[in-house]
Design a protein around this ligand. Structure first.
Ligand code: ASP
Length: 594
């Protein structure tokens, strides 16, 4: 039907006849001449119809926005003064000769250039129109380049692309499962995979050696900003490699991707231990584009006469930390109040601060609601430890370590954004030496990664002191975002059973849930390990998209629904009967069922 894409036309085609197909982006009538901007996947071109081509001109007059047209015409240079330098085809236009209306379009629910004014729900309901917007289409095109780049790299490194089932059993990755009722096994359910974790491990038992998959994963998580219930992982598993090898391969993959697609040199990937990351950045995905490190002052505050600080300083689970912001003394009181509110989101009950107005004047030169509670020598030691200078502000966190880390960790990122403290555009790192387990309230242990991650200690040590055990897990972090994470896995049945036991999963439950894995570990399982990257997040970071929804063709809303297809939806009684399911509607507040 066509000889060129609209966006491909250029000066080299001047005087040639072309045929293009696409959508009418805009129509303008100018002094007896009709102009269209025609749009297709590759871009926009200007078409002109003058009244000399009588039939086509008459037809062109009936054309509206978003009609689908085929146009035959001649490329010519745009007249002087009408060249549009902003678009690649801005130096030429097509003088239309023949026009075919391939399809009409009703007035669309929103004009593409007015998308900002309509709510996201409207855009998602008519997502196929929203995707016509060049900036969104561009993100999908970029995503396609990313997957292709990664596939090429992994194919080249000897990885095999193997699909794993979608209808399967639960894989514990810390979220709720999406369940699918089975018709043929009444009363039983499949779970959609939270990740292909166990299948990829089984593929190693099979000897596949190097596996990858661009895999859909499903997690029914509590609604948190910018998460999707289904998302895509670049899932990787290898045999007979140590963590350093796996980190090396995947780091090279990421470096190549950024170089090829963005011409960015990611540079060095420093390794930071989990403990260090928490201490210095309050986060296991530290943003290293700027400094602003947390400094521990627990020892200094243990004896002060200020409960807010001395309490946590004497609590083994407490933390007292300071965050110095160079030049921050000019932060206004109102802004400090806003930051106090901000850290409240993370459970902090306040935000103490000291402004260093003039260091040379000692206490006199400081301004703070809290220094009156501290002996002068403690304040001086504090300033010394932080290397405080005139013009700085120091913020404090004192609470359970978890709260201080989350609050000051988030505050440091917010301050960097507000005060534009970024020193580099890209700052990757590896976080290593994670704890095996995290203690829940009440003392139970839960895996920090997943229950198949190998500990760095022996079986005996693990049994003796599980809460202190470190794991062989690693996360790749970029600009404060976890790009991916993985681990060396347990390949020994006894170790796997012990880890499950530490997690409170007894033999019977272990056999019921993971019997197939425990069996496989008996039949010649090689040492293996891998990791998975979040594709959506990578594309989001690389394109600078504001939301993960912008890099997914058909995303779900924040409440995990699809407003376009109206999914999830009710199903017929007949379908339910076949599945042996009776739906119990949630009871509403007045006691009736809705
Ligand atoms: N299955 C893990 C996850 O989804 C990644 C891995 O350990 O390879 O986070």
């Amino acid at each position: 039907m066509r000889s060129h894409y609209c966006g491909e036309l250029n000066e080299s085609l001047i005087d040639q006849e072309v045929e293009i197909c696409g959508w009418v982006h805009r129509r303008r009538d100018h002094g007896g001449v009709i102009f269209f901007d025609m749009r297709d996947r590759e871009g926009m071109a200007q078409i002109v119809f003058d009244p000399d081509t009588v039939e086509s001109f008459a037809l062109a007059e009936t054309v509206r926005s978003e009609y689908v047209l085929k146009i035959k015409g001649r490329v010519r240079a745009r007249p002087e003064g009408t060249v549009n330098k902003d678009i690649p085809t801005g130096g030429i236009e097509v003088l239309g000769k023949e026009l075919t209306i391939l399809n009409r379009a009703e007035t669309p629910p929103f004009q593409l250039d007015e998308h900002i004014t309509v709510g996201e729900d409207v855009r998602l309901k008519y997502r196929y129109i929203d995707l016509r917007r060049p900036e969104i289409a561009e993100k999908l095109r970029f995503r396609s380049k990313v997957t292709s780049n990664i596939r090429n790299f992994l194919d080249h490194e000897g990885f095999m692309d193997i699909e794993t089932p979608i209808l399967t059993r639960a894989t514990p990755e810390g979220a709720r499962d999406y369940l699918v009722p089975s018709r043929t096994h009444s009363g039983e359910f499949f779970a959609l995979p939270q990740s292909p974790q166990l299948f990829k491990q089984l593929l190693m038992v099979s000897g596949m050696d190097r596996y990858y998959q661009i895999a859909k994963c499903f997690r029914d998580e509590d609604l948190r900003a910018d998460r999707q219930p289904e998302f895509t992982q670049i899932d990787i598993e290898t045999s007979f490699l140590e963590e350093s090898d796996i980190m090396d391969i995947t780091q090279r993959m990421m470096v190549k991707l950024f170089k090829d697609e963005l011409n960015v040199d990611l540079g060095e990937f420093p390794h930071i231990t989990y403990a260090d990351a928490m201490n210095r950045y309050g986060s296991d995905r530290p943003d290293l584009r700027f400094g602003l490190e947390l400094v521990d002052i627990k020892d200094l505050m243990a004896a002060v006469d200020f409960k807010v600080f001395s309490g946590p300083a004497n609590d083994p689970k407490g933390r007292v930390a300071a965050l110095k912001v160079p030049g921050g003394a000019s932060i206004a009181r109102r802004a400090i109040d806003a930051y106090t509110k901000f850290v409240g989101i993370y459970g902090a009950r306040g935000l103490a601060w000291i402004k260093v107005n003039d260091l040379s004047q000692g206490l006199e030169g400081l301004q703070s609601p809290i220094i009156k509670f501290m002996p002068e020598d403690v304040v001086m030691q504090l300033l010394d430890r932080l290397g405080a200078e005139t013009g700085d502000i120091i913020f404090f966190g004192a609470d359970k370590a978890k709260i201080v880390n989350e609050a000051l960790g988030a505050l440091r990122v917010k301050l960097a954004e507000d005060l534009d403290l970024f020193e580099r555009e890209w700052a990757p790192c590896w976080v290593v030496d994670f704890p095996m387990f995290e203690e829940l309230e009440g003392g139970a242990l839960t895996p920090l990664h997943h229950p198949f991650t190998a500990p760095s200690c022996s079986l005996e040590e693990l049994q003796k002191n599980p809460a202190e055990a470190l794991s062989r897990a690693y996360d790749m972090v970029l600009n404060g975002t976890e790009l991916g994470g993985g681990s060396i896995r347990i390949h020994d049945q006894d170790m796997q059973k012990i880890v499950l036991k530490v997690l409170g999963i007894g033999d019977e439950e272990a056999n019921e849930k993971f019997g197939f894995l425990l069996d496989a570990l008996k039949y010649g399982c090689p040492p293996h390990g891998g990791l998975a990257f979040g594709l959506d997040r990578i594309v989001m970071l690389m394109t600078g998209a504001a939301s993960i929804r912008d890099v997914i063709a058909f995303p779900k809303t924040q409440s995990a629904a699809c407003v376009m297809t109206d999914a999830p939806s009710e199903v017929s009684q007949e379908q339910l009967r076949e599945l042996s399911i009776r739906v119990r509607k949630p009871v509403t507040e007045d006691g009736s069922s809705s």
